[in-house]
Design a protein around this ligand. Sequence first.
Ligand code: NAP
Length: 481
Amino acid sequence: MSADRLSNMSKEVKPESVSLCPLGTAAAPEQELLCIFGTGDFGRSLGQRLLQTGYKIVYGSRRPHSCAPLPQGAQVTSHAAAAQSATLVFVCIHREHYDFLETLAPQLKGKKVLVDVSNNLKKDLYPEANAEYLQRLIPGAHVVKAFNTLSAWGLQNGPSDASRQVYLCGNSAEAKQGVATVATKLGFTVLDRGSLSAARELEDFPLQLFPEWRLPLRLAIGLTAFFFFYVVMRDVVYTYVGQGKDISFRIMVSMANKVFPIVSLIMLSLCYLPGVIAAFLQLYRGTKYKRFPDWLDRWMLCRKQLGLLALGFAFLHVLYTLIIPIRHYVRFKIAASTISKFKANQTMELDNTLAWRTDSYFSVGILGFGLYVLLGITSLPSVSNALSWREFSFIQSKLGYLTLFFCTFHTYLYGWNKFLSPSYYKWYTPPAYMLCLVVPTVVIVLKLLILLPCVDRSLTRIRRGWERTDPEDDSKNLLLT
Ligand code: NAP
């Protein structure tokens, strides 16, 4: 935070003269006094917001006479005097400097509430959470972990910005209630995460860097790199080796437009594969009460990110397809073919089958993309929150499988009868789009198997709590059906 943004008209208060009711302020008796240790970025931002909300603020500082400019109306004094004057103390100091707080134990004991806002630079830097360490230093106070997931900048902007939630935890319900009241008055939504043992989890929270995007991103990069290499080898290198022709210019558009839909289709099918695997696992185990393996859990948790990345690749495919008619190479080929036919005085008959095939190919692709966009839109929290669970699962599951079907069919139409022609298997390798059809085809076939009435019935029973291993329940269920 820039110091200029805060007024330097802060009031400095001598340790012995901290006044809870400064003269001349009419509303003074109703204003609650809160204490902030530390006049750094976070302490200043928090103080400014608290003052705007109607609280009085006294800062505890090592250098009350020479600290940085503080928000207008705030007082500043020594730590000991500030601690004595308020029951709620925000500790806006880095954990490395907590040691000195031990000397303040007499002033901080009793009903004092210490709010630990600290974060660390790395996970597992210390054996215990910062808040637990603070509690150990001052056992007589009630430590509450809170506000650490906000930034100094976010605090200045208030809850109108993305940071709307204040997570808190602590062992004293009364102390947590006091902190929650302050956070609510500041306009934040409070989420109680339980006792102080949850502090480490809260401290790790700001250190996370898109954890649920990591696997989908790695997968997208890996698939893109692999298929780019595969396509370049089969098209550019093969043509150069076999015919001595350089068609490397096709890398920029033609090959990119081969790779993007391939990656998109594989990633879309990977969104639905874990659900199908989970269904077969439940059928095999005959119960839904056994935990899925960790890898399957992790995979299921990143399906939304997989789907959004898949949609991104589909968008690229659409954009690249739209520019095909304006490409120099395409215009050159059309002109060359027309001129050669003209010179040879040849005419062309409309190939009805080809017309049907290309129209169906485009139409199915457009339908698939339309549904794809719908899936993406409904995964946005603001939209999904407006849907009932049934509506959401109808779109994401039923329409999702329909999207997968359309996109897979679109690719089959692209291949048409090339699957049977040996000339397409350059260096005995199948074209890339044939490779990409493997996973979606497997997913669709497995899903169709699950939809068979006998399989569907067993799966529904399992998902309603029936267990194959429990003979007593089994006989009861049989009697009931
Ligand atoms: P900062 O700008 O470095 O301020 C820390 C303050 O601690 C200093 O201004 C100083 O205040 C005091 N201090 C420094 N050394 C000290 C020592 N040896 N003994 C006692 N007090 C000392 O840091 P900050 O960004 O405000 O962060 C403060 C706390 O908030 C940290 O625990 C941080 O993890 C947490 N936090 C910060 C942010 C953020 O966006 N900045 C976000 C979430 C959580 P005096 O000179 O007045 O004594």
